[in-house]
Ligand binder design. Sequence first.
Ligand code: ZN
Length: 337
Amino acid sequence: MEIIRDMFTERDQNCILNMQVEEGLDRDVVYWSKENTCVYSVKSAYNLLQVMKGYVVPGDDESIWRKLWKIKAPPKALNMVWRALSNNLPTIVQLRGKQVQVNQICPICQEYDETILHSIISCKFASSCRTIVFAGYRMGEHNSFANWFNTVLSSGSQTTKEEIGSVCWLIWRARNKFVWNRKATSVNRVVQLKAAQVMSTSALLQPGYVGDGAVIWVKPQRDTIKVTVDAAVFEDREEVAIGLVARDYTGDLVHAHTRVFKVRSRVQMRSPSGQVIESCRRILRRRNNIVLHFINRSTNNVAHQLARVAYLYPDRNFDRESIPIEVMNCIVGDCYN
Ligand SMILES: [Zn+2]
């Protein structure tokens, strides 16, 4: 009691003296709070040290990982951010940490050590890219990449949150191009690439999109025929096959066709790619009621299946009665997805 009165202010003395002490506990116990079992482990101590240095470790802050995987960005961009957050992005300082003897000055600005934070965030090149892409959003000062990334995810606008993964990846890609190929990328080029990537990502993530980049097959409009084409290569048979499927607005098969070419046949092909493309152009010029789109494999399942089995039915025409059953199953599947 004397000690408490000597050492603490009146407010703290009252707090301490009002604390309920559990009866029956006769001595204090030392325990390790970083494990559920309260028993010390090297892994949890390592994770604690990483957190103290400002890095994020798996299991420490689950919410950042959940937020990361929700970002709408290409998987390669999310993978790069994940490596940066886990302190595993191979910057020069990281390589030095693994006993690789290299000069650790940033190869781009030649001014500071190339840490993960520096190469993606604070290097002049990186910060110019971000300033243009996220004009008006102040990033502030941060002591680690994880700290910075967490702040962006909690306080950035919806657009900033959605695009931040792609921007980090483009900055890292520009850095790699410079280090490995000695090719410099301009800030404007990064900004252009970012715009293109955001467009293609949103097209990929939008289910049922009917034009370029569609990811699921959708029925064409009434009075329109949709034709899908795919090719398959049969290496062991030295053959290339093409499957072509025409379907109406109900999703029903109108016509299907296969064509098989011998890759190393001595017979000269009458339609090498250049001529095929030129005749397509001629047809398109003559008719203005045909529209061409690039679509994803997931949208093109029927033509893909037909091309895969084309070697069994080379150079054939099909209707609803004669179409191979595995292809018919895909046609029905498309109508119910
Ligand atoms: Zn730099």
